[in-house]
Design a binder for this molecule. Structure first.
Ligand code: 5GP
Ligand code: MG
Length: 176
């Protein structure tokens, strides 16, 4: 079973829960009295999104966006929009929710893409920040955990679509 290749639990379910409570509190305070359009980056962020929005104390709408990247093809940073929003972000306070920032290409691309569509404001909220791996300078407004440059799975994050259902975030063993 998938779990057998997880070498180490990096962030336990309880720790993730505590941190998301804090983040939701901070976001609710910052946006008090304002409406939010929460934009979830598919697919890895859905578990984080579900836990985060249930703790928000502001009114929000939800929308989804998906991108693909082609890092292996030598075109580092080549990102493509594969599924767009259904709602128009113009005039909205956007909170972009992403699972992890690694090179930063995905977050930069999405920020530029959304900024071009005239939102009233835009902020980013990421669960994990691999701060040592950045290839383009981008910093989230709300960050759950800063982690080392290791491949993590669980809590929505996959490896070839496996492990998304793990309630914690773990580090995979090397391939045999
Ligand atoms: P970036 O464009 O910042 O390099 O990459 C962001 C995307 O790469 C994330 O949204 C995620 O899909 C994927 N990614 C980066 N690091 C990891 C990781 O350690 N584990 C998993 N499962 N995905 C990762
Ligand atoms: Mg992602």
């Amino acid at each position: 079973m998938a779990k057998s290749r997880v070498k180490k639990v990096l962030l336990s379910e309880a720790r993730i829960k505590r941190r998301i409570n804090e983040m939701a509190g901070e976001i609710s305070k910052d946006y008090a009295g304002r409406d939010l359009m929460v934009v979830c980056v598919l697919k890895g962020s859905i578990i984080f999104l579900a836990d985060l929005v249930r703790r928000l104390k502001v009114n929000f709408t939800l929308d989804f966006i998906a991108v693909s990247s082609y890092r292996d093809a030598g075109t580092t940073g080549s990102i493509k929009l594969v599924m767009d929003l259904r709602d128009d972000p113009a005039g909205k306070n956007i909170l972009l929710v992403e699972d992890i920032v690694d090179s930063g290409y995905t977050l930069s691309y999405l920020l530029n893409n959304l900024k071009d569509r005239c939102p009233l404001s835009i902020r980013t909220c990421v669960l994990l920040d691999k701060y040592e791996a950045r290839k383009t300078p981008v910093q989230a407004d709300y960050t759950g955990f800063r982690i080392k440059n290791e491949f993590v799975v669980g809590y929505g994050l996959d490896h070839n679509e496996a492990y998304r259902g793990l309630p914690y975030i773990g580090i995979l063993t090397a391939k045999k």
